[in-house]
Design a protein around this ligand. Sequence first.
Ligand SMILES: C[S@@+](CC[C@H](N)C(=O)[O-])C[C@H]1O[C@@H](n2cnc3c(N)ncnc32)[C@H](O)[C@@H]1O
Length: 369
Amino acid sequence: MNAMTKTKGTQVLPLNTILAGDCIEQMNSLPAESVDLIFADPPYNLQLRGDLHRPDNSRVDAVDDHWDQFASFQVYDDFTRAWLKAAHRLLKPNGAIWVIGSYHNIFRVGASLQDAGYWILNDVVWRKSNPMPNFRGKRFTNAHETMIWASKSEGAKYTFNYEALKALNEGIQMRSDWVLPICNGGERLKDANGDKAHPTQKPMSLLHRVLVGSTNPGDVVLDPFFGTGTTGAVAKMLGRDWIGIEREESYREVATRRIADVRAFDRSALEVTRAKRAEPRVPFGQLVERGMLSPGETLVSPTGKIARVRADGTLVGDGVKGSIHQVGAHLEGAPSCNGWTYWQFRKDGKTVPIDVLRQQIRAEMADRA
Ligand SMILES: C[S@@+](CC[C@H](N)C(=O)[O-])C[C@H]1O[C@@H](n2cnc3c(N)ncnc32)[C@H](O)[C@@H]1O
């Protein structure tokens, strides 16, 4: 099997490809339960009435494209419900979806998501650090968009790389308001006339956070409204497989060229910080079995307490026998104790936490995987 296809039953999943045509028809042609994540940036149905001008009378390059126009809210809702249904069928049971929108459509999309069986996990506000001003001065500057993140169903075991997101945020828990600039400068794709190649190109930083936070390398990410292929470009960089669907040929061409120029990061750079509980369990006894610690060896605590290692992977200290956690808790008179960080052994005249030995075993396990 090569990187371009993955089979599911008798059906083939066309990986790292842009499919031409209507997203509902295309999604219905793909195998059910085959995709880990969907990122969707659908038409917003902006309902623009007439041209928008700046105070100097120059025309604002607003989104007035035919693909963003719907005859009524009812028509928009019918379209939304149809593509959300097709997307739901495609997702693996533990898959998830992100949908981005503005005040024009996001409330309608939210209700449709819930009606279609998805389970909303968060709404994330993308606060634009450099929004377009409100030219008429009649409303607030529209400085954010909203993303809804939802699992396929209530209780699904969706991917959330909590520790990786925290690491991205300099060790502070990632909040649901993200301050990121809109897409401009060198990242903004231009056509042959130097005009924007697409009116609503999303910034790569947004997709970077979404994909690092809610997918793993090797996952399949589908974007049914591919546009310039921002999702595909970031997925490729991050070692995720992607599938794009786009109706307009000119956008497909832009996206194809763009993604061809993207270089995937080195595999080792794609490893992200994992939650402790997601790391493989290593029993303390394994350190003894493997001769990293010997029966009879003394362990010390930062407070100077002492225990001896026994052949069965238990400790004895102050006449009490038990696990590294139980003996540590007893010696400290505490209700609980993390023995891995509490106990230290002596090596070359220094004391080293026994957790270092556990990490060594985990690193070997990861190399073998
Ligand atoms: C909001 S834009 C997506 C922009 C994209 N996220 C980017 O960064 O370039 C929506 C895209 O969906 C496409 N589109 C609209 N309706 C569609 C449909 N029914 N099937 C496939 N593509 C569609 C439009 O042509 C447009 O490029």
